[in-house]
Design a protein around this ligand. Sequence first.
Ligand code: FPP
Length: 245
Amino acid sequence: MNIKDKIDRNNLPQHVAIIMDGNGRWAKGLGKLRIFGHQNGVSAVREAMEGAVELGIPYLTLYAFSTENWNRPKLEVLALMELLVTTLSKEIKTFQDNGIRLNTIGDIDKLPKNCRAKLIESMELTAQNTTCVLTLALSYSSQKEIVDATKEICKQVMQGNLDIDAIDEKVFANHLYTRNMPDPDLLIRTSGEQRISNYLLWQIAYSELSFLPKMWPEFTREDLYECVYNYQQRERRFGKTSEQL
Ligand code: FPP
């Protein structure tokens, strides 16, 4: 039996978040420029999207560009932004054929004008799709997201619209960029690095973590299936004992 057939369709992660890491090292290993790695990372993005749709995972969130990534060489940043624009143009058919709705988290106002415009256009074009929400984290910092939520809550308290004692985890979560989606059940990171890198820090409180040694351009839908299958073998206790489950 192949790995996909072993997956229990009644126990799928509702939200899979991925840190797509290792493009640069993969390219360097082939004696190529870093951007070659990013270009080849696009087919892995397609694999992840189509794999998620095939399984029936309703939310997929990809870490495409962090606020810290702005500190990379100017040329690499520009190339990544251009790659985003061309990829969105090329993949619109993949989105429509698979019922994928595009969404973003992060400060997209910081992106170049043409990039922001392409994102907005793609979000509008796919707004009615309901099979899977593909969220791209762009110019994203989880710490900033938490600070933004805190500021917004403070404002509401100061304006008398929110009682300080009414602030709880649910109210806080409702002020994050991810307010309309469930927390990730599964977080995957490629490239062998085992860290979170300022990604969805609040939301992954109880996520299962999968660290894969392969580099992002090598990621295929079979890797996603394997991560989902492994996830299903774990016992998620949420602080309870095994006997209580
Ligand atoms: C991390 O690898 C990858 C990124 C910062 C960019 C991710 C971009 C893509 C996968 C391509 C395009 C994506 C979309 C959504 C169009 P790295 O450069 O940090 O690799 P390294 O750690 O080996 O240097």
